[in-house]
Design a protein around this ligand. Structure first.
Ligand SMILES: O=P(O)(O)OC[C@H]1O[C@H](O[C@H]2O[C@H](CO)[C@@H](O)[C@H](O)[C@H]2O)[C@H](O)[C@@H](O)[C@@H]1O
Ligand code: UDP
Length: 458
């Protein structure tokens, strides 16, 4: 079998037990540790000069090849065009999008430089799988250097509607570059419909019913491949943590109260402010929950050098302070807002302890937390997932209470419904979702994408 080369901007921490840095790193690492192969990407470091070649480290069956970025590259490629232009637009927040042509030039330059760094490590039959919006031009850059290997691309974030995508000034260049891949995967059917729409109506290409595309003079395939988790591993992790220090401390402070839990990077796409207001609304409309329910929001910092992320942090701090000031009692704090990162094992046990998993992004490619919450539950006495219809996970998790994340009243009612749901119904919903999670595990995601990629030129 040919070697697998994974390319992504964010690479999982190399040290054992290191912190996960978001869903891409978690999902890709789970997929790669079974097959083995090489993972190439940014080391997460900003250095004064670009390295001459990647740093190579072995960890079990995975070889990590990482490079640092210069400050200019980081500013233009990562902070600028990737996270201040593409991220907000692809999450339908054109109001937060900034565009600077120099940043786009930097984005292309860094893609070409990264491709150049990878080339000496490649073998002719390697299969290359590139991940996410930071690296749309990566295959084009490899092709320009004569690389003919199979190259696939997976987009972890939503693919936006054409009329939103065309607000990015160089949308045509981006989509032309995207068509240099052999296979382009997105998370869900709605993402696939949006991609197909752009290719047919903006690029004037053709797309067949089974996903064959002819556009910009190139032939490729497109498909939907929802990323998953290992639900049984996660369940075991959650169970193991039940006697751990974190949970013991938590139980002592809860005094038998019910628990609602949310975990998200502190990102404006995650709908945190509306979520806090819906919890406030719950306390307003159902006074019986006052002093009986606590809400824990874990929200580790992310991309904090971007203004829109600084603003969401200030807004959330103000909201949690205001709501706690309004409802708190001497021995009860309604919202516990934790602006820090936790290990996945700790989160898994916290999920199992929670009566409600409260996952309400305004837009999200998938949202692995929603899947992890379900997997962590005790099947005999499971909690209830309240899930935004705009998370990719909502396409699969039909046992959740599906909400519109801007409908504060609707979310408060869903929380009330979840807190009062009878055991039989909770068990039935949970069992249904576990079946889906097992069927669409992370290995199924990896294997179906790679099967299609290996088949493209046969
Ligand atoms: O690398 P960062 O800038 O620190 O951000 C973390 C990651 O965030 C995004 O994750 C996405 O991938 C998940 C797994 O497929 C998916 O569940 C989630 O909906 C996405 O938001 C981003 O796409 C990654 O590139 C980042 O590494
Ligand atoms: O403090 C934290 C917060 C999150 N996560 C993990 O980071 C991933 C977040 O992925 P998701 O798809 O939900 O969102 P993303 O951050 O990728 O947008 C999940 O596996 C979480 O368990 C973690 O390990 N520690």
């Amino acid at each position: 079998m040919s070697r697998l080369i994974i390319v992504s901007n964010r690479v999982a921490p190399i040290s054992e037990g290191g912190m996960a840095a978001g869903g891409l790193a978690v999902g890709v690492y789970d997929a790669l540790r079974e097959t083995g192969g090489m993972w190439f990407g940014w080391s997460g470091e900003v250095a004064s000069a670009a390295p001459a070649s990647p740093k190579i480290e072995e960890r079990g069956p995975v070889t990590f090849a990482t490079v640092s970025l210069t400050r200019r590259d980081y500013d233009q490629y990562y902070r600028g065009f990737s996270n201040d232009t593409l991220w907000p637009t692809f999450h339908y927040r054109s109001d937060l999008t900034h565009y600077d042509r120099h940043e786009f030039d930097g984005y292309q330059r860094v893609n070409a430089w990264l491709a150049h760094q990878l080339i000496p490590l490649l073998r002719p039959d390697d299969v290359i799988w590139v991940h996410d919006y930071h690296l749309i031009p990566f295959a084009e850059a490899l092709r320009q250097e004569g690389i003919t290997n199979r190259i696939g691309f997976f987009l972890h974030i939503p693919f936006p509607a054409s009329q939103v995508l065309v607000t990015v000034p160089p949308h045509d260049k981006l989509m032309r570059a995207l068509c240099c891949y052999d296979l382009v995967g997105v998370q869900t059917e709605p993402d696939l419909r949006a991609l197909r729409d752009y290719l047919e109506h903006e690029a004037h290409g053709t797309v067949s019913a089974d996903g064959r595309v002819d556009a910009y003079g190139r032939s490729l395939r497109i498909g939907a491949y929802p990323i998953g988790i290992y639900p049984d591993e996660l369940a075991a992790l959650a169970k193991e943590g039940q006697d751990g220090r974190h949970l013991k401390n938590l139980r002592q402070t809860m005094h038998e109260r019910r628990l609602i839990v949310s975990v998200d990077r502190l990102d404006y796409s995650k709908g945190l402010v509306e979520r806090f207001r819906a919890f406030e609304k719950l306390l307003e409309i159902s006074p019986n929950h006052r002093a009986q329910v606590s809400f824990i929001q874990v929200a580790p910092p992310t991309r904090s050098d971007i203004q829109s992320y600084q603003q969401i942090r200030l807004q959330l701090e103000a909201e949690s302070g205001r709501i706690n000031g309004r409802f708190a009692e001497m021995d009860w704090t309604p919202i516990r807002y934790l602006h820090r990162q936790y290990e996945r094992a700790v989160l898994a046990s916290l999920f199992r302890e929670a009566h409600v998993g409260y996952v309400t992004p305004l837009r999200d490619g998938m949202n692995l937390v929603a899947k992890e919450y379900v997997a962590a539950q005790d099947p005999e006495d499971p909690g209830v997932l309240v899930l935004s219809r705009f998370a990719g996970a909502a396409q699969e998790l039909d046992g959740a209470l599906i909400v519109n994340p801007i409908d504060v009243q609707g979310m408060a009612e869903a929380l009330d419904h979840a807190l009062g749901m009878p055991l039989d119904e909770r068990r039935a919903r949970h069992a249904r979702m576990m079946t889906v999670l097992r069927r669409n595990s992370v290995s199924v995601w990896r294997d179906s994408f790679l099967r299609d990629l290996r088949a493209v030129r046969q």
